[in-house]
Design a protein around this ligand. Sequence first.
Ligand SMILES: Cc1cc2nc3c(=O)[nH]c(=O)nc-3n(C[C@H](O)[C@H](O)[C@H](O)COP(=O)(O)OP(=O)(O)OC[C@H]3O[C@@H](n4cnc5c(N)ncnc54)[C@H](O)[C@@H]3O)c2cc1C
Length: 438
Amino acid sequence: MLSPGGSLLDRRRFLAGSLAAALGALSSLPAQAEMVKSKARIVIAGAGAAGLTMAARLLMRLSGADVVVVDSRSEHIYQPGLTLVGAGIKPLSYARLATADYLASGARWIKEDVAEFDPVANKIVTDKGTSLAYDFLVVATGLALDYAAIEGMDTSLIGREGIASIYGGPEAADASWRALSAFVEKGGVGLFGRPATEMKCAGAPLKQAFLADDRLRRAGRRGRAEIVYNAHNQMLFGVPPVDAKVRALFARQDFKVNFSHVLTKIDPGGRIATFETPRGTAELRWDLIHVVPPMRAPAPVRNSALAWRSGPFAADGWLEVDKATLQHRRFANVFGVGDINGVPKGKTAASVKWQAPVAVDHLVAAIAGRRGTETYNGYTSCPLITRIGQAMLVEFDYDGRLTPSFPFIDPLDEHWVVWIIKEKMLKATYTAMLQGLA
Ligand SMILES: Cc1cc2nc3c(=O)[nH]c(=O)nc-3n(C[C@H](O)[C@H](O)[C@H](O)COP(=O)(O)OP(=O)(O)OC[C@H]3O[C@@H](n4cnc5c(N)ncnc54)[C@H](O)[C@@H]3O)c2cc1C
């Protein structure tokens, strides 16, 4: 592999190769696939990364179908950008897109939320009382951030009392950057960590810790701060080789780690955080705390017959889909794509890119009266930023096997090319995905 210290010419050639390879993914279009004529009524619940991608890809395969997307939100959040907004690398506007700009032409959009799923009667009912019957349902509601589960926490606190939380959206990420800037100025104790529930982009809490460390070092103030990472269990990352690498990096950067510490309460006035640990509760004082809330299925899914009824995904109400086909295990005309799925891994936009073609294959096959053939292997990827200008491209499957896309980038090496992918290329690939083009 070329080291970051290679000659300028080598670096240019290497970057050109990487760009070509990354953009090569854009050609994975369903262009050669047959068009299926159908008058099927397809309802897609949610117009986020998964919902928009599904609408675009279904309309590329079906002629005559009625594809209806249901979601009250007009703003589309480019969530992978929140990490960069929260570290002052990109402005707030970078993470804001408009749903209308990416909704496939031919799809109908009902600007209401699904309040009730009734898979027995094959219909949904919205919060405004609209009832929609369907032949096929795609559940793409993403997940719900349960800030209220942390006693004393309220999203209006983000940006005050040293409280940061990039998960809360573009404004929250911007307010988090203000909180981080004040911390860099004053120093003290910075608390980072993650919830004990399933979560989207499990690398993001680690990235925020690394970026805070980098901001402090760049300001020449690292010596005046302590960085503490509170892991929810005995690992820093759920994939063993990545966990080992992150441990080594945390040691190199002089982070303190508390294992099996789950945030349960905050006292903003006193700046005291309470954690549940195997030995009882522990209290830690903060100057900066990056709060990552517990995450669950949104209530309409959690309370419906579509949720898992037993097993590890039942408590938080995740969608009961087959992990390979993404088809519901009890309601054959229902499919799940994105964060809502109760599957072992795959809560990233990168997973959506690989899940959507699988769900489309099986849904179109069902319409055509045959069986789909595509399978999803749990592919997830995380450009794990370790400092501004450097990142690792961690890619893995359901079994925790590393699945590198680029033969010239070691997934456990920090590399400037991965930073370029994250900072310059990911958003274009993401928006191409929303249009069914990646
Ligand atoms: C801080 C952060 C950093 C991230 N970094 C990365 C990264 O580097 N790489 C990566 O690949 N992924 C990353 N992700 C994860 C990625 O953004 C998500 O996995 C992806 O957006 C999931 O798509 P989705 O459609 O399932 O959910 P979302 O994109 O969240 O969309 C869900 C949609 O459903 C709607 N909805 C909710 N409830 C209802 C309802 N009842 N009725 C109708 N509509 C409803 C919502 O309004 C929303 O529009 C990051 C996420 C965060 C928060």
